[in-house]
Design a protein around this ligand. Structure first.
Ligand code: FES
Length: 159
């Protein structure tokens, strides 16, 4: 865990989130999203707490966390750049763009630049297929992106 809170505070905040949401039908995903919103990622330490509260095994919780690409197992950089890797975007050249962005940032997917500025993540459809290829920087979506436009976005966030 790489957070500036005590273990006790971490457990207390985690339990509060879990207990607020565990009554939902299918509570696991809402809980994981809320945990990631709170801490910036899903720390390993929260998995046994979730397992215990939902009467599941740690392996079951771990399986869900690793199945969904949107959950991080480490803190993100100051900005999160998501590139769509799904079919419509691939057919419009997203692989080539992803190669270029990885080269520009010097990192692969699921990694963060050394200066802590950008975390690069894949995403599987942003609902912008008609404007493929699509990308998302933090909460803002971009359609019909190309290498040039993503190069400018990358330069901007690293300033
Ligand atoms: S496939 Fe990329 S936005 Fe839908």
């Amino acid at each position: 865990m790489n957070m500036r809170i005590s273990a006790g505070e971490f457990t207390e905040r985690s339990l509060q989130i879990i207990r607020d949401l565990k009554h939902l039908e299918g509570p696991m995903l809402p809980i994981l999203h809320a945990i990631q919103a709170e801490f910036g990622y899903v720390p390993d330490e929260v998995k046994p707490i979730i397992a215990s509260e939902l009467n599941l095994s740690r392996a079951e919780v771990h399986g869900v966390v690793t199945f969904y690409h949107e959950f991080r197992d480490h803190p993100a950089g100051r900005h999160v750049l998501k590139l769509c890797r799904a079919e419509a975007c691939q057919s419009m050249g997203s692989d080539r763009i992803a190669d270029r962005v990885r080269q520009l940032l010097g990192i692969d997917f699921h990694q963060t630049t050394l200066d802590g500025a950008v975390t690069l993540e894949p995403v599987y459809c942003l609902g912008l297929c008609a404007c493929a290829p699509a990308a998302m920087l933090d909460d803002e979506v971009y359609g019909r992106v190309d290498e040039h436009c993503l190069g400018e976005i990358v330069a901007e966030v690293r300033r």
